[in-house]
Design a protein around this ligand. Structure first.
Ligand SMILES: [Zn+2]
Length: 325
């Protein structure tokens, strides 16, 4: 994190970035180098009405400015990442299941944030912009970002811009079908990649196998999460290894499909699973390379995201900065 006093002495122009999730809201003030100079994280709260959520964003922004004694003239814009599909041309949020929002006109709510220019985008899109400006994707003009967590988020940056497609919503790799008769997905379709290759899918499959094997979880013992399963796999637990291998083979399949369709220079993997290290990245890279080589395509490097849970804040602020340019 950049030095706050340094930023103030130089009277840098700052942008506020927000990353709104179903559980937490992360906020930061970001300078023109993409460095975070102030940081806040709060619970999204039980009241997820749009008016209440945007009021929290306004309060966070005011608090950060007051704490750093930043004159309002130093704040040049605000960027917001939301966990949903957003049509930017008319600021219409189509669906944000984690917030319970649907077909919401964002314009009046963005006005709650003040008179600043406001940029708003999907959370995976802003995470990709963050990784592009100061993370793993620096130096790549066209890359694919996937976030492997509770769900499977995705964004494609094409020649430095978020690729949105004709409908304006961008790509949804997590909801491409990889098994026509597969299990039902939260989106309503069957056999989506997200059903096989998200952290939730990993955990669900592992628990199902444990239960099928007759293992009853002892009361009081926490149920294993994705990080526990990766750790157990690293320590030689066969079932955990099987669960991880299953996740990796589906991810490789999905990434190979995306690579031949979109032609990215690199793939950046974020979200909780993106921190798994070699146990994930080595076999994932091998399997992706094998699939691409069979089709005569060059290998595509698969890289761990660098900014962790800060990518969205940096990217939202950067999106606001670019909008103002
Ligand atoms: Zn789906």
């Amino acid at each position: 994190m950049a030095n706050w006093n340094q930023a103030m002495e130089k009277r840098e122009i700052l942008w506020a970035g927000f990353d709104v999730g179903g559980t937490n809201i992360k906020a930061g003030l970001v300078n023109s180098s993409g460095e975070i100079v102030a940081w806040r994280s709060i619970a999204t709260g039980r009241d997820k009405e749009p008016r209440a959520v945007f009021a929290r964003l306004r309060r966070l922004s005011d608090e950060m400015l007051a704490a750093g004694q930043v004159p309002s003239g130093q704040l040049a814009g605000i960027g917001v990442g939301l966990p949903g599909t957003i049509r930017q041309q008319d600021m219409l949020l189509r669906r944000a299941p984690n917030l319970g929002w649907r077909d919401l006109d964002l314009a009046p709510h963005l006005q709650q944030l003040g008179v600043m220019p406001v940029y708003v985008d999907n959370d995976a899109h802003v995470a990709a912009l963050g990784e592009a400006v100061s993370g793993a994707a620096q130096g790549y003009a066209s890359f694919l970002l996937i976030t492997v967590g509770t769900g499977l988020g995705s964004a494609f940056i094409y020649r430095g811009e978020v690729y949105r497609g004709a409908g304006g919503l961008g790509i949804e790799l997590g909801h491409t079908c990889v098994a026509a008769d597969g299990p039902r997905c939260t989106c309503g379709n069957r056999g989506c990649l997200e059903v096989f290759a998200s952290a939730s899918a990993l955990v669900d499959w592992y628990r199902e196998q444990l239960a099928a094997g007759g293992e009853i979880p002892s009361p009081g013992r926490p149920r294993p999460g994705a990080a526990d399963i990766f750790m157990a796999a690293g320590q030689g637990d066969h079932l955990a290894q099987e669960a991880v291998n299953r996740l990796i083979s589906y991810l490789a399949l999905g990434l190979a499909n995306a690579a031949v369709l979109l032609g990215p220079e690199a793939v950046v993997v974020g979200g909780g699973v993106g921190q798994a290290g070699d146990i994930l990245f080595r076999p994932l890279q091998e399997q992706l390379d094998e699939r691409l080589a069979r089709m005569g395509y060059s290998p595509v490097p698969v890289l761990p995201a660098k900014l962790g849970n800060r990518a969205g804040v940096v990217g939202a602020a950067w999106g606001a900065a670019r909008t103002n340019l």
